[in-house]
Design a protein around this ligand. Structure first.
Ligand code: IMP
Ligand code: MG
Length: 182
């Protein structure tokens, strides 16, 4: 892990190590395998940010008869949520009567996930569960309760392990947090 990383003149410091992320993903996978025993869930990875989490989580549920698909949404500009969520790439799969596990990188205001859950509900799945690597409970503005949460964090801006600053920093292996001005 680097002592600091800089993007667009902003300095970030280490926050969650890859080792902790890996360990937590394995715990979440065990919970999902227990809850979905005997089912054939469809994981839906929310691109772009959730791809490293979804990749690791999906391979950690090796024992499940699971499938994965992808949807692309976007709501952020810079370090603040724009509020408006636009769907960029839709879902082609038939999800009627299926157990869906939405895989998100982070829930901040909850706007993105709230809209997605409601859209998917219209397609009559049996059940929708939400797995998010990160959750900012104090920023939540929608009635949403994720079923699987990697880490609850304060309302601060973070990057790495899929999370970006205007498209950059997704390839950092660890998670870094915006350094407070002193
Ligand atoms: P929400 O709709 O406000 O819950 O925001 C969800 C989306 O905003 C996430 O899927 C991320 O793409 C992005 N986001 C929220 N917080 C952060 C952050 O701290 N760093 C990077 N992206 C974030
Ligand atoms: Mg996202």
């Amino acid at each position: 892990m680097k002592p600091t990383v800089t993007y667009q003149g902003l300095t970030f410091e280490p926050y969650i190590t890859r080792e902790r992320i890996d360990a937590r993903i394995n715990e979440i996978a065990a919970d999902i395998m227990r809850d979905c025993a005997g089912k054939s869930p469809l994981f839906i990875c929310v691109l772009n940010g959730a791809f490293p989490f979804a990749s690791d989580l999906f391979r950690a549920v090796e024992g499940l008869d699971a499938e994965i698909s992808f949807i692309r949404l976007q709501s952020y500009s810079g370090t603040a949520s724009t509020g408006a969520v636009k769907e960029v790439l839709g879902l082609c799969d038939d999800i009627q009567n299926r157990t869906i596990i939405i895989v998100e990188d982070i829930i901040d205001t909850g706007n993105t996930i709230y809209r997605l859950v409601n859209q998917l509900r219209d397609k009559k799945p049996e059940d929708i569960k939400v797995a998010t690597l990160l959750f900012k409970p104090d920023a939540l503005a929608r009635p949403i309760k994720p079923d699987y949460v990697g880490f609850e964090i304060p309302t601060k801006f973070i990057i790495g392990f899929g999370l970006d600053l205007d498209g950059k920093a997704r390839n950092l292996n660890d998670i870094y947090i915006l350094k407070e001005e002193k």
